[in-house]
Design a protein around this ligand. Sequence first.
Ligand SMILES: Cc1cc2nc3c(=O)[nH]c(=O)nc-3n(C[C@H](O)[C@H](O)[C@H](O)COP(=O)(O)OP(=O)(O)OC[C@H]3O[C@@H](n4cnc5c(N)ncnc54)[C@H](O)[C@@H]3O)c2cc1C
Length: 366
Amino acid sequence: MKRVVLIGAGHAHAQVLKDWITDRPAGAELWVVSPHALAPYSGMVPGWLAGYYRYEDICIDFAALAAAAGAHWVRDELVELDPEQRRLTLASRRVLDYDLLSLNVGSTLRPPPSTPAPLLALRPLGELHLRWVPTLATLSRIAAVRPVTITAIGGGAAGFEALLAVRHRILQIQPRSTVHVTLVSAGVDLLPGLAPGAIEYGRRTLASLDATVELGKRYDDAQRADSDLLLWATGAEAHDWQRASGLAVSEPGWIRIDRRLCSISHPEVYATGDCAAWAQPLPKAGVFAVRMGPVLSRNLQAAVSGQTPAAYTPQRRVLSLLATGNRRAIASWGPWSAEGAWVWRWKDRIDRRFLKRFERPPFAAP
Ligand SMILES: Cc1cc2nc3c(=O)[nH]c(=O)nc-3n(C[C@H](O)[C@H](O)[C@H](O)COP(=O)(O)OP(=O)(O)OC[C@H]3O[C@@H](n4cnc5c(N)ncnc54)[C@H](O)[C@@H]3O)c2cc1C
């Protein structure tokens, strides 16, 4: 019996579990390890921050998916990986051996250990709701008595969307309050990688709110002391244990993979989504993890049953849909862009359809 261990409730692993429900290979047992049963779908996080969705409505229930797939669900966290011994050590100090290992553990952030204002880091996504609920309560109390100042650190999609979403939520709760918003980025471009028209829509949206935008500027404690919240959304970073594992990693610590999605140094270890390094760097966006899912699923099954693996080819263009916090959104695809309430409705439909694929009812255990 081959033991296949999935580490992380990432987007690609959701697909593996879904396929395992209907097409379970003989001679294999599946284990799933992740610290939280509910895995938020990143595309809907800004809408949840803005108050449009309940937390449970933006999550994939991994414990339920694992049960339907007949997999062992372990609520724990990998802290040490020994690929030579094929051995995993979890935070509880439990040790798990594997024949095939798949890592879909996302990425993290390293904000300063202390800041003059309360800080909300946008990664890891699975922890965000634990901090958002008390943070929102505090901001709402402040907004009842004086203007609130929110500062996003990071000029990419996550910082932009979260800033607008948080502003919207506070004004929903305290309609008479004033919310000042600032976006600070070390990069010189707002929303890098998007179509020029989409960047312009982003600029106009911020200008319409009298937002302060400081590009090409590093975060500085002293200048941000008057903020009521720092939204930390700088670029994705690799988990420390990835580099320590001895797997081949890229300079920033991402696990280097080949076209089969397996490690170039240890072919029995697969890596997908943010934690993986493709030959040419891919943007750290959930869409790549989603598209890797079916290839990973097929290749794990092929590795168990001795079939030919499939090759992954990344899409050349990515559709980005950015919520602006007011049931409107900005679209960007190659050089094309659009903005409006219809873009939000489009985004909402796509996101809900994606999550529906992993709902329980159609997947009763066979
Ligand atoms: C606010 C925000 C909005 C975003 N919006 C979009 C968007 O609209 N579109 C888009 O394409 N991208 C978006 N992104 C980027 C997107 O979040 C990531 O690229 C995506 O989540 C990566 O998916 P993944 O499957 O690699 O990992 P994740 O979805 O991050 O999942 C990783 C999983 O691994 C678990 N895990 C982590 N470490 C361990 C460990 N040591 N042991 C066990 N389990 C572990 C985590 O708990 C989690 O369940 C957004 C990001 C943010 C912060």
